[in-house]
Design a protein around this ligand. Structure first.
Ligand SMILES: NC(=O)c1ccc[n+]([C@@H]2O[C@H](COP(=O)([O-])OP(=O)(O)OC[C@H]3O[C@@H](n4cnc5c(N)ncnc54)[C@H](OP(=O)(O)O)[C@@H]3O)[C@@H](O)[C@H]2O)c1
Length: 319
């Protein structure tokens, strides 16, 4: 799918955990990432054709954007695309808080424009959406999408942008085997019917669906993600075992299958990339196919796990 001048990739690259790297990281993921290994991630990603990077001001309060900007410096700007976000809750008190937040992101990322700029959440759609219009007109923002918006909020944002000749060009919501509220609320259908790319975030539930973690080997102690997921790891074992066994038949691993599931559902997964070898997983995920029986089997096991992985920042998607 394309939105004018922006080819929608099969998979996008997430960098929330990059906010953990360096001294000012917020410890959300409990990851220890080095600039050298993130440079390897970028080298492998671009070589494999994965070029759209997703970040946000609030990932490590600027840290993720700064590190991403440093890592991508070695590449031509036309070789990659940037997606970052206007977060209403972090807006300052100036006359143009969105323009100011954008300028700071541009400086940290070392670029003159953002390919895809998101309104991070629907804090106040009527108040904040108009702030994106001058940014689009300036050319510093090429396309606007909305994140964590329900159907009526997507429609309202689209109407506000529409009055200025623009539109909501993409949607980004939490969507994984364990959290399908955007599908239940009709947002996936809406996007499909209107040709709007749907970006799925937290497809691997921050590693809990990767098969790498379990009751004996929990997520890093003290991290925010451990608080959310460690207690549910025993309930996820049957599902992660099934992801692994489906993958094995195609020379792939559990996280590759979870990613392939999101692709099979018509979405563009944004997968958090913390290690260079995870790029190989994306290559496998984008070249494998899941049968409709496998998709149904995985969804039944996910439902049977009976866990609620809604993020603390999210609300129910039903309008
Ligand atoms: N719009 C929003 O409100 C919003 C909210 C959340 C996320 N997002 C975006 O979506 C992106 C993805 O979400 P996320 O990063 O929170 O979580 P995620 O993609 O569900 O999980 C990422 C984690 O999974 C593990 N992983 C990834 N590939 C793997 C592989 N091949 N094998 C084994 N483990 C693998 C890594 O854990 P380890 O590092 O422990 O190995 C990684 O940190 C974010 O980075 C961000 O860009 C947006």
């Amino acid at each position: 799918m394309t939105i004018e001048n922006l080819q929608i990739p099969t998979v996008a690259l997430g960098t929330w955990a990059w906010g953990d790297s360096g001294e000012t990281g917020d410890g959300y993921f409990g990851s220890t990432l080095t600039k050298a290994s993130l440079e390897d991630v970028a080298d492998k990603a671009l070589a494999a054709g994965f070029t759209l990077w997703d970040t946000a001001v609030v990932y490590g309060m600027g840290r993720s954007e700064t590190v991403l900007g440093q890592v991508l410096k070695r590449f031509a700007r036309s070789d990659y695309q940037l997606s970052t976000k206007f977060t209403p809750q972090a807006a300052g008190a100036s006359e143009n808080p969105a323009a100011d937040m954008l300028e700071q992101s541009l400086a940290r990322l070392g670029t003159g424009y953002i390919d895809l700029y998101w309104i991070h959440n629907p804090a106040d759609v009527t108040r904040w959406t108009p702030h994106l219009i001058p940014l689009l007109k300036s050319g510093k923002v090429k396309h606007v999408g909305v994140s964590n918006h329900n159907l009526s909020e997507i429609a309202l944002a689209n109407q506000i942008l529409g009055e200025a000749g623009f539109r909501v060009e993409a949607v980004q919501n939490h969507y994984s085997l364990l959290y399908r509220s955007s599908e239940d609320a009709g947002i996936l259908d809406h996007c499909r019917n209107h040709g709007i790319p749907f970006f799925a975030y937290m497809v691997l539930e921050q590693g809990a669906l990767s098969g790498k973690y379990g009751p004996e080997n929990p997520l890093p102690e003290g991290s925010r993600r451990a608080e959310t997921y460690n207690a549910m790891l025993p309930q996820l074992k049957t599902l992660t075992d099934k992801l692994a066994s489906i993958g094995e038949k195609q020379g792939a691993a559990a996280p590759d299958v979870a990613t392939a599931w999101a692709i099979a559902k018509g979405t563009t997964p944004i997968i958090g990339m913390t290690r260079p070898d995870y790029i190989n997983g994306l290559v496998r995920a984008t070249s494998m196919t899941l049968s409709s029986d496998e998709v149904a089997e995985l969804e039944a096991l996910a439902d049977a796990a009976n866990v609620n992985t809604r993020g603390w920042w999210e609300k129910e998607m039903r309008a």
